[in-house]
Design a protein around this ligand. Structure first.
Ligand SMILES: [Zn+2]
Length: 393
C-alpha cells in the first residue's frame, strides 16, 4: 500500500490524502497532517496522461525526408502529396532501428506522465510489416512501464495501395491491437466508403477496436467522418471507433457540421484532434458542447509532417490552449480533460481519480491545472497500476 498525502485534487477545495492498494485507488480522505509514504507538498494529483494518436514508426525521421513535406502538410490542402513524398523514407525501414527509436520514445512518454498510448504503425507496400514489427518489439520491451495499443495503419489507402488490406490482417494476426483506416485518401466516394467497410469488417472479424484518420484537408467536400459514423452503426461497433484529425470540419457550413456531429454522437465515435500539427482543426468547443468525446493527440514527433514534439501531453495541452483559444478557467479544465480521461476514453478505457478505479496517476510539480499547463513540466511522480514508473525531481 502507498499513501500519498498533502495533495490537491481537481474540482475540490482543500488538501487530501490518497491511498493506493493492489493497483487501485483504495481511499481518498481529507489531509489532516498525517505522515504517509509520499508528501505531495500541496501539489496537484490527477489521472495520468493518455496519448490516443501518434504516428510512432515515423518518430525522429524528420531529417530523412524531403524538406518540403512539412510546409506542404502544414499549409493545408496538400496532405495526400505530403504523404506520398514522406512514404519514401519507409522503404528504408529497419525493424531493429525502429524498435530502438520507439523504445526511447515510449520511455520519454512515461517520464512525461503517460501510462497509455495508442500508436499508429504504417503497414503498406512501402513499409510492409517492418515498421510494425519494430513497434511490436518496443511494446514488449516497455510492457512493465506503459500500456501500448498498436494500430495497423494502411497509410497509403487500400485502393490506392493494393495489398495493404492483407498486410493489415497479417499485422492483426501478429499482435496488432487495433484495425486502422484512412478512407479520405482514396480517389472516389465509393472507394472511400468501401475502405471504411474493409476496416470495420476486419475489426468485427477479429473483435478489435478501429481507429481512423479522416478528412485531413480543408476541403468541405470531404465526408468520410460522416460515412464512418453511418457504417459504425451498421456494423454495431458503437463506442469502439476513434476518428483522428477531421480538419475539414473547420470549413464545413454549420448545417453539414451539425449533421456530422449528430451521426458521430449516435455512433459514439471519439474524435482526436491535433491542432498543433496543421493549420486547420476540428471545431473542438462545438464538438464538446454537442456531447462528443474529444481528445488531444500527439500526432507526430519530428517527422515529415511536424518538426517538434516530445511525447508530452502537457506540451500539447499548452499549444492547444492557444490554438483553440481555450485559456479561460473553463477552457483550461476542458483541455486537461482531453489529455487525461477523455484521451483514455477515446481508446475505450476508463480513467478516474476515484476509489476503486485503477491507480494511473501523476503527481505534478504545480498546484493547479493553470500552472501545470503554463509550465508543462514533467510530473514529479508517475504511477501506473499503483507503482511508480517515473520520478522526476
Ligand atoms: Zn495523424
Amino acid at each position: 500500500m502507498i499513501k500519498i498525502t498533502n495533495v490537491r485534487l481537481r474540482g475540490k477545495e482543500g488538501l487530501y490524502s490518497v491511498e493506493i492498494k493492489g493497483g487501485s485507488i483504495l481511499n481518498i480522505s481529507e489531509y489532516s497532517g498525517e505522515t504517509g509514504d509520499l508528501n505531495g507538498m500541496g501539489n496537484l494529483l490527477t489521472e495520468s496522461f493518455a496519448v490516443p494518436h501518434l504516428h510512432i514508426d515515423k518518430v525522429e525521421t524528420g531529417d530523412m525526408v524531403e524538406k518540403e513535406t512539412v510546409s506542404i502538410y502544414q499549409l493545408g490542402g496538400g496532405a495526400d502529396e505530403a504523404i506520398r513524398k514522406a512514404a519514401e523514407v519507409k522503404k528504408h525501414y529497419d525493424p531493429e532501428k525502429i524498435a530502438t527509436l520507439v523504445t526511447e520514445k515510449f520511455l520519454q512518454a512515461v517520464s512525461n506522465g503517460v501510462t497509455f498510448m495508442r500508436v499508429f504503425a504504417d503497414v503498406d507496400s512501402y513499409a510492409e510489416l517492418k515498421g510494425f514489427l519494430g513497434v511490436l518489439k518496443a511494446k514488449e520491451t516497455v510492457k512493465n512501464f506503459l500500456d501500448v495499443e498498436i494500430v495497423a495503419f494502411p497509410q497509403q489507402g487500400f485502393f490506392t495501395d493494393r495489398g495493404a488490406e492483407s498486410l493489415v490482417e497479417e499485422a492483426i494476426k501478429k499482435g496488432a491491437d487495433v484495425v486502422g483506416g484512412i478512407p479520405w485518401i482514396e480517389k472516389t466516394e465509393e472507394d472511400k466508403k468501401q475502405h471504411i467497410r474493409i476496416s470495420l469488417e476486419l475489426a468485427k472479424k477479429y473483435s478489435k477496436p478501429a481507429a481512423f484518420l479522416v478528412d485531413d484537408a480543408p476541403d468541405p467536400k470531404l465526408r468520410t467522418l460522416e460515412y464512418l459514423a453511418d457504417e459504425t452503426v451498421k456494423y454495431g461497433l458503437q463506442g469502439k471507433v476513434e476518428a483522428c484529425h477531421a480538419r475539414a470540419l473547420e470549413v464545413y457550413d454549420k448545417g453539414s457540421l451539425y449533421r456530422a456531429f449528430k451521426k458521430v454522437k449516435e455512433a459514439d465515435i471519439s474524435l482526436v484532434t491535433n491542432p498543433h500539427t496543421g493549420k486547420y482543426h476540428l471545431p473542438v468547443q462545438e464538438a464538446l458542447n454537442y456531447g462528443i468525446n474529444v481528445a488531444l493527440g500527439q500526432d507526430d514527433c519530428n517527422d515529415a509532417y511536424y518538426p517538434y514534439g516530445s511525447c508530452s501531453p502537457l506540451e500539447v495541452a499548452f499549444l492547444a490552449s492557444h490554438l483553440l483559444w481555450m485559456m479561460d478557467p473553463d477552457g483550461r479544465e476542458k483541455i486537461y480533460d482531453m489529455i487525461t480521461w477523455r484521451a483514455a476514453r477515446a481508446a475505450g478505457l476508463e480513467r478516474k481519480l476515484e476509489a476503486g478505479k485503477r491507480a494511473d496517476l501523476v503527481l505534478l510539480k504545480r498546484e493547479d491545472v493553470k500552472q501545470a499547463i503554463r509550465y508543462h513540466e514533467r510530473p514529479a511522480y508517475v504511477f501506473r497500476e499503483g507503482l511508480v514508473v517515473s520520478e522526476n525531481l
